[in-house]
Design a protein around this ligand. Structure first.
Ligand SMILES: Nc1ncnc2c1ncn2[C@@H]1O[C@H](COP(=O)(O)OP(=O)(O)O)[C@@H](O)[C@H]1O
Ligand SMILES: [Mg+2]
Length: 260
């Protein structure tokens, strides 16, 4: 079993207005085999958490810790984190001109495993994973994400997940921009990875829709860089009905004490 432990994490980013705090004390533990959903309004810091786990240089950890199986993740480079088994599916996957999907996947697999995969099984694995995700074989020869539709980019993220076999996957709004059919296909990919490798999942989402296909064990609500509520799947149902208003009320009008 592996465990990712985030403790009292504070993160800032440099903006035009100077150093801005984004995460204000996030504590979260994800074990392999568990699925955690992080939900919250736009701008609450969900992607910042994802990028900080992955090691994006733009985000500065000012205090707190992230440990993976007891090892200090914050002391690791981005590729060391990937080799340790931490995977990020980005909200906005980037284009890599001049690098084909097939080269990208093979290079990533070789870097993560420390040796090149055997050509025979690898070609078969790639073909099979692409078939499952209903990706045309032609994608293999295209440049990574170049001219891909939103849905194609998300499928390519899950293709990586299935082939690289991480221990913990952070999926940042993998559901955004997908129609119902694509959402199902992508969710099935995540569920296959969960079943095959006992993957731990940190599923970041704004909407509850994807939780009908990928069932969370735990739901956390993030508002303004903090986790303000935690529960089981029933919390997602409540958010589906009520939205995030009750967490943001203080912002709209001053709180009034009605209990006289
Ligand atoms: N690289 C960045 N530069 C400037 N501001 C940023 C950057 N990343 C995040 N922020 C700010 O941090 C806040 C949280 O953003 P984000 O983590 O993307 O939230 P979410 O994913 O929950 O929508 C937002 O106000 C956003 O503008
Ligand atoms: Mg985001």
């Amino acid at each position: 079993m592996s465990v990712l432990e985030i403790r009292d994490l504070h993160v800032t980013v440099e903006t035009d207005e100077g150093t801005t705090p984004i995460l204000n004390g996030v504590t979260l533990t994800i074990r392999t085999g568990e699925t955690h959903a992080i939900m919250g309004p736009n701008g609450s810091g969900k992607s910042t958490l994802a990028y900080t786990i992955a090691g994006h240089p733009k985000y500065t950890v000012t205090s707190g810790s992230i440990a993976f199986d007891g090892e200090d993740v914050l002391a690791m480079t981005v590729d060391e984190r990937a080799r340790a088994g931490v995977f990020l599916a980005m909200q906005y996957p980037v284009e890599i001109p001049g690098v084909t999907v097939t080269n990208f996947l093979r290079t990533a697999k070789t870097a993560i495993d420390g040796e090149a995969p055997s050509i025979r099984t690898w070609t078969k694995d790639v073909k099979e994973a692409m078939k499952h995700l209903r990706m045309d074989g032609k994608f293999a020869q295209r440049n990574v994400n170049e001219g891909f539709s939103g849905g194609e980019k998300k499928r390519h993220e899950i293709l990586q997940l299935e082939l690289l076999k991480p221990k913990i996957a952070v999926l940042d709004e993998t559901d955004s921009g997908l129609d119902v059919d694509a959402l199902k296909i992508v969710s099935e990919g995540v569920n296959r990875a969960k079943a095959q490798t006992n993957l731990g999942v940190l599923l970041i989402t704004h909407y509850t829709r994807i939780l009908r296909y990928i069932h969370p064990d735990f739901v956390h609500v993030m508002v303004k860089g903090r986790i303000v509520e935690e529960g089981g799947p029933e919390l997602a149902d409540r958010l589906e009905n009520e939205g995030y208003d009750r967490f943001l009320e203080g912002e709209l009008e001053p709180a009034v004490d009605t209990e006289a």
